[in-house]
Write a protein that binds this ligand. Structure first.
Ligand SMILES: [Zn+2]
Length: 164
């Protein structure tokens, strides 16, 4: 077990993740439609961000994912380390990337911000807590070992640890 940081508690893989309304990167309730993100070209339409062709008259507003990337303020962290990871890192990181690419096609706000290796530890950061959890699930299914999940409801952050 990894020591819990302040504000975090354990969650199980079976329990659904209830997102709080406190997300600092939530857009104002009355975002005009259509709105296009000048950074990634995602379009806010029918209440959600989608990959669409932006109409010429669309408003411009940076989407929450690009804001998080710009501010380097991740919502999710996946920490990978250990002897098994060291010898299989290419395969494991490919699983992680495949999952993100698949999710991002449907959900423009689910993106990996960065994959950073520091010594023996690799940390992947994401724009979305559900993506971080989805990545943890993908790793669990592919490599038969469950990451530990720590959730901070106050700040709406998810940290997954996989040490193998
Ligand atoms: Zn964007």
């Amino acid at each position: 077990m990894i020591k819990l940081a302040a504000g975090y508690h354990h969650i199980s893989h079976e329990r659904p993740l209830i997102e709080q309304d406190l997300d600092a990167y939530r857009m104002p309730a009355k975002l005009a439609e259509p709105t296009v993100c000048p950074d990634c070209s995602a379009v806010f339409h029918k209440g959600r961000w989608q990959w669409l062709e932006a109409p010429a008259n669309a408003n411009q507003e940076t989407c929450p994912a690009c804001k998080r990337i710009h501010d380097n303020f991740p919502a999710g962290y996946i920490t990978l380390e250990g002897p098994y990871f060291n010898t299989h890192s290419e395969e494991i990181l490919r699983t992680v990337q495949n999952h993100e690419q698949h999710e991002r096609l449907e959900h423009p706000l689910k993106r990996i911000i960065a994959t950073k290796r520091q010594g023996d530890t690799t940390v992947i950061t994401t724009t979305d807590i559900h993506l971080a959890r989805g990545i943890a699930e993908a790793v669990k299914h592919a490599f038969q070992d469950e990451p530990e999940l720590h959730y901070n409801p106050g700040e709406n952050l998810l940290r997954a640890y996989w040490m193998r």
